[in-house]
Design a protein around this ligand. Structure first.
Ligand code: MG
Length: 241
């Protein structure tokens, strides 16, 4: 059913085949319905420091580490990067505002997809720009039996972060699979850009307010409107190889 997209991927990259052995999941907007809270927290924290920022920009910048997001805004507003002190100050405020938004829910149908992928014997990684200290705990609490500490790439593992290919290249190395043996699931343009630059087959799931074209233009091989749709089509994708 998805033979065309997969053939195009193999041909463009000159890979010998497409044979999924690992699935790399982004976290915010893919596992958790947390992006609306992140967007609110970023806007409030930056406005508090007299820095202009909109929720739409928060979605467009999704995937960057906190430090990199703050640098981007400082370069635009002040023509320089932020100092470590400024970064810590803003990021702490943003984190506390995010926590004040309350508990984040799972993206509907993602646990079903995770269980399906696990049952198929594929490795499951989380690849996120997030630097929450309690990340593994919250993953285990929400998705029991799916994730493990050695199968995570977070803000603590990277120097550049998304949209640089680095986080997905680290995931490839940690998983020991070839680039034609991995599937990435992303909801954000910069996340798709990162995975695409790492040479991986990337599925966009448009869980936010952006146009699907934002994900296609960043390099997604296919885009679904929600996780329910991806879950329903999953078997067709992995069996199209
Ligand atoms: Mg995301």
């Amino acid at each position: 059913m998805f033979t065309q997209e997969i053939e195009k991927f193999i041909r463009t990259k000159s890979y010998p085949k497409f044979s999924p052995k690992a699935v790399f999941f982004d976290m915010d907007g893919v596992l958790f319905d947390s992006m609306k809270h992140h967007a609110t927290a970023w806007v409030k924290a930056l406005h508090n420091k007299n820095l202009p920022f909109t929720e739409y920009e928060a979605y467009m910048n999704e995937g960057r580490t906190g430090a990199s997001t703050i640098d981007e805004i400082f370069i635009k507003e002040h023509g320089r990067t932020a100092t470590e002190e400024e970064k810590n100050d803003i990021y702490q405020l943003k984190s506390s505002l995010f926590e004040a938004c309350g508990k984040t829910e799972q993206i509907p149908f993602v646990y079903d997809l995770l269980k399906k992928v696990k049952a198929e014997g594929l490795q499951i990684f989380v690849v996120t720009g997030s630097g929450q200290r309690t990340l593994l705990h919250s993953l285990e609490e929400n998705f029991p039996g799916i994730f493990s500490k050695d199968k995570m790439v977070t803000a603590f593992d990277v120097k550049y972060g998304k949209p640089h290919p680095e986080p997905y290249l680290i995931a490839l190395k940690k998983s020991g699979v070839q680039p034609w043996e991995a599937i990435v699931i992303e909801n954000a343009p910069l996340g798709v850009e990162s995975a695409h630059a790492a040479g991986l087959f990337t599925i966009g799931v448009n869980t936010g307010p952006l146009k699907p074209s934002a994900l296609i233009n960043s390099g997604a091989s296919m885009v679904f409107n929600d996780m329910k749709e991806l879950h329903a089509n999953w078997d067709n994708i992995v069996s199209s190889k």
